[in-house]
Design a protein. Sequence first.
Length: 429
Amino acid sequence: MHKIERVPLFSSAKEYRNFFLLSFLLFCLSLFYEYYNYTKLHEFDTYITDAVVLRQYTKTKIKKDGSKRSYQVLKLKSDEGFSFYTIASRKTPNYRAKKITIEFYTDKINFLAYLKGFFAYGKILSEQTTTPLRAEIAQKLEKIHPNSSIAALYKALFLALPMPNELQQRLSALGVSHLLALSGFHLSVLFGILFYLFKYPYSYLQQNYFPYRSKQRDLFFLIAPLLALYLYFVGSPPSLLRAYAMLLVVFYLYDRGVELLSMQTLFIVTLFLVALFPKMLFSIGFLLSVSGVFYIFLFLKLFAHLNKRWQFVLLPLWVYLMMLPFSLYLFGNFSLYHPLSIFLTALFSIFYPLSLLVHIVGFGDIFDGVLEFLLTLDTHALKIDLPREWFYAHIALSLATLYKKELLLLLLFEALSASVYAVYYVTEF
């Protein structure tokens, strides 16, 4: 019996052109809507909004006379959907993960800054009296984990709350900060858990009452809304939103016999999300999320001839090498422990679902000893400035390899050179 081959979604240049045209029109409408929201900020000299404090940290600035001035920096996300920074007195209470009412000046905010995330001087008017469920869970995690760094780690992992800068830098030096940013892997784990929980009760109902229905389709339509609620609950981070959109598109295509693991699928989802949410053009998380999936698909395309076992072994190493220039250019934090992230990433696929389970059953602190050991390692991390030309060349070469497989060796040599450059820089200093 011959296996039925799946067909591509677009099979002609005309279909691509029509899709691109529709996406462009949607992008224009979305941009117009964003501009309309932007104009509301300038109706008066100041704007009052309710916002969740995503990040709060102390910063010290040295004045011209040599004296020091300390103040708090707050990153907020408003109920209207825009993100911005402001500063407050160093004596300001800890508002992280809490909702506040704030008034800020709007005279220096242009439209581009509104899309990217702006800075504005403001004044905190009040703290919301009702504690949001997200903040309540964050407080419970703080009680379970007395170590503030470990508590912050779990709050990032479960609630998508930003981590303190120092913890972010330490995890970046270990090469595992991407594991704490909710993305496709986390969503697939949650989908798998829910699928397993609903599978047997549904199978019983199906066999006895509606055997004619599709189990996979019905379970998907049951689970997808629950995941959408979780996405809304954690504030819809770009990487997770991309993954959820990918999940919807992939199921739609799978249900209609269309090819799934292809650059075409990634292109459709990316273009659609940018058209619907123009702010994603300026999201580093979205860029890294799309890039990670791109390199996974590129690997499957270039190494399709390998058996599944070799693909499983080589894929983590490939993704690490391909994403390293992104990490060095965007963050620049590197240590000799950084390559161990290949191994730690593999372990994380076991740790994440287990950590969910142990928190549910009341043993959430069982991994605290191991995590504390990792977080207290003397990483001797250094800031590495990867030249901009190198980063852009890596992207260009990656795209070229997609169309010309002969460039694979050159791409591997370039990525390996970046890792050697980083290791040499750290060992020298």
